[in-house]
Design a protein around this ligand. Structure first.
Ligand code: ZN
Length: 447
């Protein structure tokens, strides 16, 4: 079955006016002028219109489905307090059902804002009765959302064992193997959350199994100083020294990376997830995106978790990336809309080393596509398609989302799960989770 997806602009590497994308099964078969493709394929049903914008699916390079049910609480904390007061108390209380429903709740919001690939790190204590994280993969498959899944492992807390952390890794790895849409990475909560013995084992596992790594890196100053006191190096310096970067590594945040760190990251092709909204909410700082990109580092954009963003709206994250860069430099030229768009698409794909499959509208790539609705007032008049996507469009304009050649979102709504039912199901779970973790005291209403 072939489909023709039409747009007034098709954001192939260069924008095509009144273009179309021909999709067959899971792949892009052709990209070009709508008139020519429609004439050559009269049998193909046409999606989109002459007023819509067709973009590559957005690549969300960092998030935590473990936070899907704890949005909008405790976000007047800075990162250290936030981990201590909010994330750590949650860790023992996850269940397979919370993992499944939390992933659906966050994943629906991602699809509604045009995300087709989500790079996730699930943060919880390993399941005692059964592993927790495979239920992330089950939810992503049910949503038809492409996943790069990891478990944010770390043994530096009372009662933790390296063996149990690795069992959770392996259960997730197995789940991803049997999924059509998810692939596995080795998650490292943060360097400081692992003992030296565990980190050595992590490096060995990643390299021997051929998996990529997903890790928080130098999000705040305190992480840099604490690591320096312990190892005599920065986190980036220590990871390079220990050989971690022999595995393809995606480093989330990198707000506090100095010149030497940046050089090392460029040398080892470490990808970066820039999370402008979460970094703003937790007052962590602004990552040196321009400096990293100048050195050739691949930088993508992430929404980060629902407990630190707190929204899962990817279009907000793209816009904020451009705004923060401009405010930081007090230069309107600091980040053009086109650069933000590229980071959200091919930049993120490169950071995850998936650029041969996703990240742009090109023949042979996976058909991961977004159709932005041009029939309403928001995109009624598009003068520059990059600015239209980055500064003008909201998730309301996301009309269709294609993942792997299938419609995951049509007429603005997720196709394969009942959203009202998911919302209903999430409420008692969220109430119970917050109550068991003792988080109610973080609400301003408790003061
Ligand atoms: Zn994170």
């Amino acid at each position: 079955m072939t489909h023709l997806i039409r747009g007034g602009w098709v954001m192939s590497p260069e924008p095509i006016a009144d273009g179309a994308v021909l999709v067959e099964r899971d792949r892009i078969l052709a990209v070009g002028s709508y008139r020519e493709l429609a004439a050559a394929h009269p049998e193909a049903p046409v999606h989109g219109s002459a007023h819509d914008i067709v973009t590559p699916g957005f690549v969300n390079t960092h998030g935590h489905f473990s936070e899907g049910l704890v949005t909008g609480i405790g976000s007047d904390l800075t990162l250290w307090e936030w981990i201590h007061d909010l994330i750590n108390p949650l860790r023992p209380h996850y269940t397979p059902e919370i993992a499944y429903v939390g992933t659906l709740v966050a994943g629906i919001q991602m699809l509604r804002s045009g995300v087709t690939t989500a790079n996730d790190m699930f943060v919880c204590d390993p399941g005692t009765a059964a592993p927790i994280t495979p239920h992330v993969v089950r939810a992503l498959d049910d949503l038809r959302l492409r996943g790069v899944v990891s478990f944010g492992a770390g043994d530096q807390r009372p009662g933790a064992s390296i063996a149990a952390e690795f069992e959770e890794h392996q259960a997730l790895e197995e789940a991803a193997k049997s999924s059509r849409l998810s692939t596995f990475r080795v998650g490292v909560g943060a360097l400081g959350l692992q003992s030296d013995a565990m980190f050595t084992e992590t490096v060995r596992y990643a390299i021997e199994s051929g998996h990529g790594v997903h890790m928080h890196v130098q999000e705040i100053r305190e992480e840099v100083t604490a690591t320096h006191q312990r190892t005599g190096r920065t986190v980036v310096g220590h990871c390079a020294h220990e050989g971690l970067f022999a595995a393809p590594t995606l480093a989330a945040h990198c707000v506090w990376v100095d010149r030497a760190d940046r050089q090392l990251m460029a040398e080892h092709r470490v990808g970066v997830a820039h999370n402008p909204v979460a970094n703003g909410i937790l007052a962590s700082g602004i990552a040196p995106v321009a400096e990293l990109r100048q050195l050739g580092v691949d930088v993508g954009i992430g929404v980060d978790g629902a407990a630190s963003n707190d929204s899962q709206d990817y279009l907000q994250a793209i816009k904020t990336a451009a705004l923060l860069a401009r405010v930081r430099d007090l230069q309107a030229t600091a980040m053009h809309a086109r650069e933000a768009f590229e980071m959200a698409t091919i930049g993120g794909a490169r950071a995850l080393r998936m650029e041969s499959e996703i990240g742009s509208v090109e023949v042979g790539k996976k058909a991961d596509l977004v159709v932005l609705d041009g029939s309403g007032p928001t995109l009624a008049n598009v003068h520059d398609p990059y600015q239209a996507v980055v500064f003008v469009a909201g998730s309301r304009e996301v009309k269709e989302v294609w993942v792997d050649g299938e419609l995951s979102l049509a007429d603005g709504e997720v196709v394969s799960v009942d959203v009202a039912e998911v919302v209903q199901r999430s409420r008692p779970l969220a109430t119970e989770l917050v109550s068991r973790a003792g988080l109610r005291r973080l609400s301003v209403l408790a003061r």
